[in-house]
Structures are given as C-alpha cells and as structure tokens.
Design a protein around this ligand. Structure first.
Ligand code: 0O2
Ligand code: 0O2
Length: 223
C-alpha cells in the first residue's frame, strides 16, 4: 500500500517541473535566434491520485508495478502550430542526451478509433533525489493546436458520458476530428504558399507579399 502519495509523487513533480522548463527553453532558443519555434506552448501535470488509482483498477496494474507500468503519471504536452512542427519536435527530442526515448506512438498516421490524433513519446528521465538518481517514466504528447482543441473537448465530454458516447455522437466527434485535421492541412498549405512568395519571414518591417492565387489543397473545403 502506498501510504504517502505525496512522497511517492515527489520525483514525478520534480520531473514534470524540470521537463517543462527544458521544453519551454527550446522555444526560447528559437525566439532568441529570430526563428519560428516549432513549439507553441508546453503544459505538464502529475496525474491526480484518484486518476492513478482508477487507472490501476481499469488496467490491472499492481502497486508494485506502478512505476514501470503506468507511463503517464508524469505528463507533458507540447503544442505546435503545424503538423510538420510535430515531427520536428520529435526529432529534437530524439537528439537529446538528458532523456531516453522508450516508446513512440504516432496517432497522427494511426488515428485512434475515437478520432484522437497526437504523437506520444514515452521517456525515461533521471531526476536527482537526495538519495541518488531516480529514473522516472514520463509521457510527452505532441500535437497541433487543432488536435489539442479536439482532444480537450472530447476528453471533457467523455467524462460526462463516461466513455459511452451514443453512436451518433461518436460519429459526429470522429467527423469533427477530421475537420480539425483538414484545418491543420489547410494552415500548412497556406504557410507553404506564403513561403513561396516570401521565403524568409521579415523582421525589418517589410510588408508580406500576397499569397499566390494558386488553388490550395482540396482541404480548403472545410465542410
Ligand atoms: P484538468 O482539468 O485535469 O485539465 P505553469 O506550468 O506553472 O505555468 P501549471 O499550473 O503547472 O502552470 O499548468 P500547466 O503546466 O500550464 O498545465 C496544466 C494542465 O495541462 C492540466 O490541467 C492538464 O489539462 C494539462 N496537461 C498537460 N500535460 C498533460 C498530460 O500529459 N496529460 C494530461 N492529461 N493533461 C495534461 P489541470 O490543472 O490538471 O486540469
Ligand atoms: P488523462 O490524464 O485523463 O489524460 P490509456 O492510457 O489506457 O488510454 P495507453 O495505450 O496506455 O492507453 O496510452 P495512449 O493511448 O498512448 O495514451 C493515453 C493518453 O492519451 C490518455 O491519457 C489521454 O491523455 C490521451 N488519449 C488517448 N486516447 C484519447 C482519446 O480518444 N481522446 C482523448 N481526448 N485523449 C486521448 P488518460 O489515461 O486518458 O489520462
């Protein structure tokens, strides 16, 4: 029995705090270099005890296995403007020497049946505790703003319906997910068109040229 949850969760708090600072640091460095950051913003949380306990029951995770078998007690979320940015962030994470990637799950190429899209990375992250180093599992979810919009609302509706969406609602949510993804694709197409006429973003106040009148991808039909 874990009697002192605060004590158990302390290294997780430490890991989330450190990773938030480090990931936000990536954005700072891009800004500092005058470059467009692939990271828009970063959030993080330690899973509440009640959610950990509920997931232990649902997933049949014994308390002794908790540290190894529950990957998202420490959770970070990286929000990006564009789908391409997600893969750029994943590459940046792969190159880091302060964490070890254990698993990657691409729910963008392999959309979940619910309509959920995100790129998940499970990492092992070392925190320095008073008695020495402790390796903590953390789940980093990388997604666009549109994917986050969909997932946040779907998640809150899920609570309301306890995961048992009426069939018709389920279909509508899936279609809403598709619409959000078409929005992502259209935003990427607009960016590509803009960079054709204006290769580098101007910091000298020069006005941006108009995008070409070339028809953008068929995704422009956001129905
Ligand atoms: P709820 O209702 O559970 O969503 P700071 O970092 O100090 O600026 P703070 O208060 O630590 O700010 O919050 P942060 O880091 O901006 O974001 C915390 C929120 O991020 C949480 O809200 C979660 O909604 C969300 N979040 C971030 N990462 C994850 C993750 O990996 N998994 C999940 N499930 N949620 C995540 P709350 O407060 O927990 O409320
Ligand atoms: P929270 O803190 O409430 O977000 P499982 O964890 O059991 O769902 P698995 O395979 O261990 O499944 O992990 P998976 O599916 O790679 O990632 C789980 C997390 O991804 C979830 O955490 C959600 O944050 C997010 N997620 C996965 N599927 C969906 C979905 O259909 N809708 C939404 N909104 N989010 C999803 P938890 O456990 O729900 O915790």
């Amino acid at each position: 029995m874990i009697e002192d949850w605060d004590h158990f969760l302390l290294p997780y708090e430490q890991a989330v705090d450190e990773l938030k600072i480090k990931l936000r640091g990536i954005r700072r460095q891009y800004k500092d270099a005058g470059l467009q950051s692939p990271i828009e913003f970063v959030t993080g949380r330690v899973k509440p005890v009640a959610s950990i306990q509920e997931k232990m029951v649902r997933r049949h995770v014994a308390e002794e296995r908790l540290e190894d078998d529950m990957q998202d007690i420490a959770g970070l979320r990286i929000m990006c403007q564009f789908v391409d940015d997600i893969y750029q962030v994943v590459d940046l994470l792969r190159k880091r020497t302060d964490l070890t990637i254990l698993e990657e799950r691409d729910y963008i190429s392999n959309v979940k049946p619910s309509g959920y899209r995100s790129y998940h990375i499970v990492v092992s992250y070392p925190v320095q505790m008073k008695d020495g180093e402790k390796k903590i599992l953390a789940e980093i979810q990388v997604r666009t703003l549109a994917m986050n919009f969909w997932a946040t609302i779907e998640h809150s509706l899920n609570y309301k319906y306890q995961g048992e969406f009426p069939q018709a609602l389920q279909g509508r949510l899936e279609r809403a997910g598709e619409a959000a993804f078409r929005l992502d694709q259209e935003m990427s197409a607009i960016r590509a068109d803009l960079s054709e006429v204006q290769p580098e973003s101007k910091s000298d106040g020069e006005t941006a040229a108009q995008p070409s009148d070339r028809q953008s991808v068929e995704s422009s039909k956001l129905t």
